[in-house]
Design a protein around this ligand. Structure first.
Ligand SMILES: Nc1ncnc2c1ncn2[C@@H]1O[C@H](COP(=O)(O)OP(=O)(O)OP(=O)(O)O)[C@@H](O)[C@H]1O
Ligand SMILES: [Mg+2]
Length: 316
């Protein structure tokens, strides 16, 4: 069975500024997001992760390339009716729950904002019921609706942010580092809520993170981005056991391991982009193994595959 992607990004390029000051934040990025999947997008600060999320949300204009939602092109302007549907079906959760909630509004209003914007309720009673339901779904009490954001902890605030997305009944959630700003002790709480919702509502997630270790156990597939270019994409365990691109290998080498002996022997790989000889032999997005893509020129592809672990490990 060939599964159709719910979201398909092809050759996406986003530039900021014009003329000599033009800067390409995202360069020729392609990936599919399948229904019910969590695809993580991992890379260092400034690599273009949020820009990709915002392009999908249609906040940033796309310079070139295409973004399709269920086969329909959404990178350019769409009709009013489709616009309304997209604003509902694709939601984003933000990094900093301390900054992303309007301090002067009650939770009831914050969670309802999208409903008000698109008149998505028939009666006041229905709106209130939907807000209460969304709060319950993220593990908060319905009576919290009458309180203000400052009364909540970071983890609770992030769950309010999730409720605000959820109330719209989305199909795709772009979660932009939803746990980075939280204490380690409450990160699991938010991850659990996201995982449960994904299961119960068959949501699809584009999960943005800095760190490969954070996404290992929550992702179906992982894409690695470096300076606006996707460099590798594979099933999560495949990426961990058979990384090909030197940047992915560098990121993996930076993850501490719990075993003290192994930790002692861990050697940090430093990635040097000048190692590539791309002037004479440019790279292409290549399928090295089924479903495992890497940005490489032909010579690199041969070498990296030859040096790769023969078979991926069965389990971590
Ligand atoms: N509106 C804008 N105008 C000009 N440049 C921008 C704009 N938004 C982002 N950029 C630049 O584009 C690049 C990618 O930014 P982006 O926010 O997508 O990175 P990121 O991977 O999300 O980083 P972080 O992990 O720090 O959130 C950065 O160099 C950033 O300065
Ligand atoms: Mg960002």
């Amino acid at each position: 069975m060939i599964q159709e992607p719910i979201l398909s990004v092809h050759n996406l390029t986003v530039r900021f500024g014009t003329g000599r000051k033009a800067f390409e934040a995202v360069s020729g990025v392609s990936f599919d997001l399948f229904e019910g999947e969590t695809l993580s997008l991992v890379g260092e600060s400034g690599s273009g992760k949020t820009t990709i999320g915002r392009a999908i949300m249609r906040v940033h204009p796309v310079s070139t390339g295409s973004i399709r939602y269920r086969g329909q092109e959404i990178a350019a302007a769409v009709g009013t009716k489709d616009e309304k549907l997209l604003r509902q079906k694709i939601q984003m959760i933000f990094q900093d729950p301390m900054a992303s909630l309007n301090e002067r509004a009650k939770i009831d209003y914050i969670v309802s904002e999208g409903l008000y914007n698109f008149r998505l309720f028939a009666s006041e009673k229905e709106r209130r019921a939907r807000v209460e339901n969304a709060l319950l779904e993220v593990g908060l009490l319905p009576e919290f609706a009458s309180r203000f954001p400052h009364e909540f902890s970071g983890g609770q605030r992030q769950r309010i942010g999730i409720a605000r997305a959820l109330v719209m009944e989305p199909e795709i959630i772009i979660a932009d580092e939803p746990i980075s700003a939280l204490d380690v002790s409450i990160r699991a709480q938010v991850i659990n809520v996201l995982n449960r919702l994904k299961r119960d509502k068959s949501l699809s997630y584009l999960f943005i993170a800095h760190d490969l270790s954070v996404v290992r156990f929550i992702s179906d597939r992982i894409a690695v981005i470096h300076r606006g270019h996707l460099v590798e994409l594979a099933q999560a365990e495949e990426l961990f056991s058979r990384p090909l691109h030197p940047y992915t290998r560098a990121l993996l080498s930076a993850i501490p391991v719990p075993d003290p002996d192994a930790e002692h022997n861990r050697s940090l790989i430093v990635y040097d982009p000048s190692m590539h000889r791309y002037d004479s032999d440019p790279p292409a997005w290549s399928e090295a193994y089924p479903g495992h893509y890497v940005l490489a020129n032909p010579a690199e592809l041969t070498t990296w595959v030859a040096n790769a672990t023969p078979e991926p490990a069965l389990s971590p």
